[in-house]
Design a protein around this ligand. Structure first.
Ligand code: GTB
Length: 216
């Protein structure tokens, strides 16, 4: 089985590992699957060959034999379902881990994405600071709720799962915002995720792509 994913030829995040191929790389590293990466330019992403794989012209995509997938959440779930290591065997625990995956992507991530979009679309506007305050309040409410639920636990529900992989990936987008600082248990949770050997291998692999691209 050969797995090929796509990633930015030159990531706009400057090698910080915030683009969504990082989540797929991390999942593959956690389950011990080797993979190849096809790098795509912004131009190539909008061309028919890539659009046939990803109808919205984005990365990442995932190809495995005759299977083509897009949407990083679906890709990570596919990897977690096919390989041991990211979802518990017990059916109820498995359902709860999947619930956390959805919570990360559909409850936690939207206001965090809004914050980034507001910065690059409205950053120069007179109303930007007001808008940022409103968005940050929405994010902080969610962080507070998540912090209460996590408490002193290491991971969201027992052992590390694909739910934690997605949640840590989403929270990492807040690095540098200062918003996580109010929640030491969430900061420590993110640091535990980053300390996982699989995360480090995935991070180093995406950073090597960025470093090579900028050395050209
Ligand atoms: N829902 C889709 C998924 O989860 O797979 C979203 C995919 C997506 O947003 N892909 C982005 C993309 O291809 C890259 S990851 N964008 C190009 C385009 O739409 O034309 C999002 C991203 C981009 C950049 C940063 N950054 O610079 O920090 C962070 C995250």
């Amino acid at each position: 089985m050969t797995i090929t994913i796509t990633a930015f030829e030159r990531s706009p995040d400057g090698g910080k590992g915030l683009a969504r191929d990082m989540r797929v790389r991390w999942a593959l590293e956690e389950v011990g699957q080797t993979y190849e990466v096809r790098l795509v330019s912004f131009k190539a992403m909008k061309e028919p060959a890539h659009l046939a794989l990803q109808p919205f012209g984005q990365i990442p995509t995932y190809e495995e034999d005759n299977l083509v997938l897009f949407e990083s959440g679906a890709i990570v779930l596919h990897i977690a379902e096919r390989h041991a290591g990211l979802l518990p065997d017990d059916a109820n625990a498995r359902a709860r881990a999947i619930t956390w995956m959805f919570a990360a992507l559909t409850t936690m991530e939207p206001p965090i994405v809004d914050r980034e979009v507001a910065r690059y679309l409205e950053g120069d506007a007179s109303w930007y600071e007001q808008r940022l305050t409103v968005i940050d309040e929405r994010i902080s409410k969610r962080l507070s709720e998540l912090s209460d639920r996590l408490g002193d636990a290491e991971w969201l529900d027992g052992l590390f799962s694909a739910g934690d992989l997605q949640m840590v990936s989403v929270l990492l987008r807040l690095k540098g915002s200062g918003l996580l600082d109010e929640y030491p248990n969430l900061s420590a949770y993110v640091a535990r995720g980053e300390a996982r050997p699989a995360y480090k291998r995935a991070f180093d692999a995406q950073l090597a792509v960025f470093t090579a691209a900028t050395a050209e």
